[in-house]
Structure formats: C-alpha cells, structure tokens
Ligand binder design. Structure first.
Ligand code: DQA
Length: 145
C-alpha cells in the first residue's frame, strides 16, 4: 500500500506573502499548501505539508519519513546552505528526495551557491517561483510511477 509524501518547508517560509515579495511573490504558505494538495490529488497522491523554523524539528520529521512516507519534497530554505544535520537525515530516506526552491539560489549571493541538501537529493527544482511547488509534486508522481 502506498504511503503519503512528506512536504517540508524550512525557516521563514511561514512568512511568504510578506517576506521579500520581489523575490518570493505574494502567495501565502497556506495558499501554497492548498495548491500542492490539489496537485497531489490529481496524481492520486496524499501529501503531509509542514513548516518549521527549527532545524531539529525538521530533522525529526525527516526521520519519521524513513518508515512512514514514500518520499520527501523539501524546501529547506536557509538550512539548504548550512545544515549537515538535515543532509544526514535525508540520507536515511529510501524513497525520492526532491529539493525545492522558489528562487534560483545560483543567481543570488555566493553563500547560496552551496547546497548540502543536494548531496542527498534525487533532483532539484529551483527558480520557477511558486509554480515550483506544483512541479515538485508532478516530479514526485513521475518518480513513484
Ligand atoms: C529558498 C532559497 C534560500 O536561499 C533562502 O534562504 C530561502 C528560500 C527559496 O525557496 O528560494 O529561505 O529556499
């Protein structure tokens, strides 16, 4: 029997809509959650959508995915560029791991050019704005087919 997909969002993504709208747009995380769930439904997938500002909480949730979820989509936000702990947790996940960014970090400050998460990711979606959330669900459906 198939399990749900864990969809994680890191620090400051709860502030979407307010936070640097020139980079991240005007859509709120609640709206993005709805968009992602609708897209998952089209593929017959269930997603569990969560956000945290705390590294340890994200690590705990990734550990949960080892048993309870078929794959992870994660926008690790700033932890992308700093967190060995999140990388190590993701390495335990057997199913697909999709790294997602609203912006394209490679066109931004040089400290955003390194991603620890990429070392554990099946693939990365970046630079498509909020549409990336839909595309990430499509990519997960494709990988699980
Ligand atoms: C981000 C890019 C990161 O560099 C940044 O720290 C974020 C958001 C994105 O979605 O574009 O918080 O992951």
């Amino acid at each position: 029997m198939s399990k749900p997909i864990l969809f994680l969002n890191g620090p400051n993504l709860n502030m979407l809509g307010v936070r640097e709208p020139d980079i991240y747009g005007a859509t709120t995380l609640a709206e993005i959650k709805q968009i992602s769930e609708n897209q998952a439904e089209k593929h017959g997938l269930k997603i569990e959508f969560r956000q945290s500002n705390f590294e340890g909480e994200l690590v705990g949730w990734i550990q949960e995915a080892v048993e309870k979820f078929d794959g992870i989509i994660i926008n690790p936000a700033a932890y992308t560029h700093t967190s060995v702990a999140i990388l190590d947790a993701l390495k335990m996940v057997k199913g697909p791991v999709i790294e997602l960014h609203i912006s394209n970090p490679h066109t931004r400050e040089s400290f955003r050019h390194t991603s620890y998460v990429s070392l554990a990711a099946t693939g990365t979606i970046a630079g498509f704005g909020i549409a990336g959330y839909r595309l990430a669900v499509d990519a997960m459906a494709e990988l699980l087919r």
